[in-house]
Ligand binder design. Structure first.
Ligand code: SF4
Ligand code: SF4
Length: 446
């Protein structure tokens, strides 16, 4: 690939350091100190999913950080590491969990992608999607109507047969991976939800993920039923995308715009808290204080929104589960979304909630915290890496012997369902809330 060697870059830095003071960063000054903490211990190597499928130095956090540092200090240009070190990183944070000085590699890579786009301009199609379609509440709903029309008229099937989807770049590849969209979105199913189970414990704002709304509405519907059964009234504000795709693709302006729109729409909502059933959305909204903290108009409101937001499962475990659960004689294993906080109780919540279900058997999944290869558009932009990482994930899933694989993030749901189709057709992939919803339905009446 002709990439500069990270190791040779480090050697040059050390040699230069003996003769002169360290150079001033040319850009990315906000992450320069963070990346300077890398002590080259290599503990990140064994836990990086991309290094496992392509064992070369630049696939590790250490290699990526060294190359970005070389670019910041002027020994190479970011363009030279765009295809490879910058593009194959999953921004999964798996390395951060293993890194003694906690070098935030995912954040550094995201900032480097953003800097590269600022230097070279944003791809037009991506800019249109992130700045025009996704921020609007109706944007993805229009996409749903167009996709459904293509499915119903047979256009989608014809495009697949003729391999036209393969020529449509990222959009076509995503359509291939997601498969046929459900007929009704989650926001269209709300009217059919049951009433809240009294006594009412509070009123929550439900943050509807624009992507899950389209591709896995049954999971969102299940999450709402579970919250209602536990005594929480729900308010579902009409929102656009919260901004995570823009964060992963490095469009800082779109990140701030989407965060600002969301905060403005949520201000004055009159609820006791905000919940999301998508781990990556909840994690992203919880970063709003950092994204908009300096904004004189929205800073305080952004911090309030961030502090009020929780993953639905974490909220239920914190306030206490109440709905009766019936027996489910299922054998399940749990995959952990990378977007859950690295440490702390959230990583154990899914297991704690499922342990309440009578007759349910849980087998721990080896490398459960390792990314499945499906964040954002990674599966379509890096199909080779994504498929290899997914195959490794399913070797571990099959080894458990479980018939149900549980997750609580939409990208994981889509990726793992594709993995089950290819590697383990007998394994059903379910959102955590779908399993809990099934157990509530199985509870004896009365
Ligand atoms: S674990 Fe952290 S400090 Fe060690 S080499 Fe990797 S990034 Fe650097
Ligand atoms: S963020 Fe994930 S893919 Fe990127 S270097 Fe760290 S472990 Fe590897």
């Amino acid at each position: 690939m002709g990439l500069p060697s990270a190791a040779s870059g480090d050697a040059r830095v050390e040699a230069a350091g003996q003769a002169a003071a360290a150079p001033l960063p040319r850009f990315l000054a906000d992450v320069y100190e963070d990346l300077s903490r890398c002590n080259k211990c290599s503990l990140c190597q064994a836990v990086c999913p991309t290094y496992q499928v392509n064992p070369v130095e630049w696939e590790t956090a250490r290699g990526r950080v060294a190359l970005i540092r070389d670019a910041i200090e002027g020994r190479l240009e970011l363009r030279e590491i765009a295809d490879g070190p910058l593009s194959t990183c999953l921004t999964c944070d798996n390395c951060v969990a293993a890194c003694p000085p906690r070098v935030p590699t995912a954040q550094i890579v995201s900032r480097a992608r953003q800097e590269l786009h600022e230097q070279e301009g944003y791809p037009r199609g991506q800019r249109w999607l992130l700045r025009t379609v996704l921020p609007r509440p109706g944007g993805t709903r229009t996409l749903h109507r167009l996709s459904r029309a293509a499915q119903v008229t047979g256009l989608h099937a014809a495009a697949r047969r003729l391999r036209i989807t393969r020529l449509m770049g990222t959009v076509g590849a995503m359509a291939e991976r997601v498969g046929p969209l459900p007929r009704r979105r989650a926001d269209q199913r709300i009217a059919g939800l049951p009433a809240v189970t009294p006594p009412v414990r509070g009123r929550l704002g439900f943050l509807l993920c624009c992507y899950q709304n389209l591709v896995a509405p049954e999971a969102t519907e299940a999450a709402m039923r579970v919250l209602l059964a536990n005594g929480f009234e729900l308010e579902v504000p009409r929102l656009g995308c919260f901004g995570l795709p823009a964060q992963s693709l490095g469009d800082g302006r779109a990140v701030r715009e989407m965060a600002g729109r969301t905060v403005s729409a949520l201000t004055g909502l009159g609820v006791d808290g905000l919940v999301s059933d998508v781990a990556s959305c909840a994690a992203h909204v919880r970063r709003y204080g950092g994204i908009l903290g300096g904004d004189p108009e929205l800073g305080d409101a952004a911090r309030r929104v961030a502090d009020a937001t929780d993953l639905a499962s974490v909220h239920l475990e914190r306030v206490g589960w109440r709905a009766p659960l019936g027996p489910l004689p299922w054998h399940v294993t749990i995959d952990e979304p990378c977007s859950l906080p690295l440490e702390g109780p959230s990583r154990r919540v899914a297991s704690a909630l499922l342990s309440r279900i009578p007759e349910l058997r849980i087998t721990p999944l080896h490398e459960a915290a390792m990314c499945c290869g499906g964040p954002g558009s990674y599966a379509t932009s890096q199909p080779g890496h994504s498929d290899a990482i997914l195959a490794r994930k399913f070797e571990n899933v099959v080894a458990t012997g479980a018939g149900v694989l549980v997750t609580e993030n939409v990208s994981c749901l889509v990726q793992l369902r594709a993995g089950a189709r290819w590697h383990a057709p007998g394994v059903r992939v379910m959102h955590l809330m779908e399993v809990l919803d099934a157990a509530i339905a199985a509870a004896p009446a009365g």
